[in-house]
Ligand binder design. Structure first.
Ligand code: FES
Length: 74
Protein backbone atom coordinates (compact mmCIF):
# COMPACT_ATOMS: atom_id res chain seq x y z
CA UNK A 1 0.00 0.00 0.00
CA UNK A 2 1.27 3.46 -0.86
CA UNK A 3 2.04 5.58 2.17
CA UNK A 4 3.73 8.53 0.48
CA UNK A 5 2.17 9.39 -2.86
CA UNK A 6 4.61 12.23 -3.58
CA UNK A 7 7.62 9.91 -3.40
CA UNK A 8 5.89 6.64 -4.31
CA UNK A 9 6.86 4.98 -1.02
CA UNK A 10 4.99 1.88 0.12
CA UNK A 11 4.61 0.35 3.57
CA UNK A 12 6.88 -2.47 2.35
CA UNK A 13 9.62 0.04 1.54
CA UNK A 14 9.27 1.53 5.03
CA UNK A 15 9.37 -1.94 6.57
CA UNK A 16 12.53 -2.74 4.62
CA UNK A 17 14.16 0.54 5.65
CA UNK A 18 13.39 -0.18 9.32
CA UNK A 19 14.86 -3.67 8.98
CA UNK A 20 17.96 -2.03 7.53
CA UNK A 21 18.29 0.19 10.62
CA UNK A 22 15.97 3.20 10.23
CA UNK A 23 14.35 3.82 13.61
CA UNK A 24 13.13 7.43 13.44
CA UNK A 25 11.08 9.50 11.01
CA UNK A 26 14.25 11.48 10.35
CA UNK A 27 15.87 8.25 9.10
CA UNK A 28 12.93 7.54 6.78
CA UNK A 29 13.07 11.09 5.44
CA UNK A 30 16.77 10.75 4.74
CA UNK A 31 16.78 7.30 3.16
CA UNK A 32 13.37 7.30 1.41
CA UNK A 33 12.27 10.92 1.23
CA UNK A 34 9.02 10.17 3.07
CA UNK A 35 7.22 13.35 4.06
CA UNK A 36 9.65 15.70 2.34
CA UNK A 37 7.15 17.25 -0.09
CA UNK A 38 3.55 17.89 0.99
CA UNK A 39 4.02 16.16 4.37
CA UNK A 40 0.52 14.63 4.40
CA UNK A 41 1.96 11.12 4.76
CA UNK A 42 4.01 11.85 7.89
CA UNK A 43 1.41 10.66 10.40
CA UNK A 44 0.71 7.40 8.55
CA UNK A 45 4.42 6.80 7.92
CA UNK A 46 5.10 7.26 11.65
CA UNK A 47 2.35 4.75 12.41
CA UNK A 48 3.92 2.18 10.05
CA UNK A 49 7.35 2.88 11.57
CA UNK A 50 6.03 2.26 15.08
CA UNK A 51 4.25 -0.94 14.02
CA UNK A 52 7.42 -2.35 12.45
CA UNK A 53 9.54 -1.36 15.46
CA UNK A 54 7.01 -3.08 17.76
CA UNK A 55 7.08 -6.21 15.57
CA UNK A 56 10.87 -6.26 15.62
CA UNK A 57 11.06 -5.82 19.39
CA UNK A 58 8.57 -8.68 19.80
CA UNK A 59 10.79 -10.94 17.65
CA UNK A 60 13.85 -9.82 19.64
CA UNK A 61 12.15 -10.78 22.90
CA UNK A 62 11.16 -14.16 21.49
CA UNK A 63 14.72 -14.82 20.32
CA UNK A 64 16.00 -14.13 23.83
CA UNK A 65 13.39 -16.48 25.31
CA UNK A 66 13.62 -19.69 23.25
CA UNK A 67 10.79 -21.37 25.20
CA UNK A 68 8.37 -18.69 23.97
CA UNK A 69 9.59 -19.28 20.43
CA UNK A 70 8.84 -23.00 20.71
CA UNK A 71 5.38 -22.21 22.12
CA UNK A 72 4.71 -19.76 19.29
CA UNK A 73 5.66 -22.33 16.67
CA UNK A 74 3.46 -25.05 18.19
FE1 FES B 1 4.42 12.06 1.32
FE2 FES B 1 3.38 14.10 0.03
S1 FES B 1 2.46 12.17 0.42
S2 FES B 1 5.29 13.99 1.01
Amino acid sequence: MYICICKGITDSAIREAVCQGACRMRDLKTCLGVGTQCGKCACHAKQVLNEVLADLSHVKIMLHQPNHLVEAIN
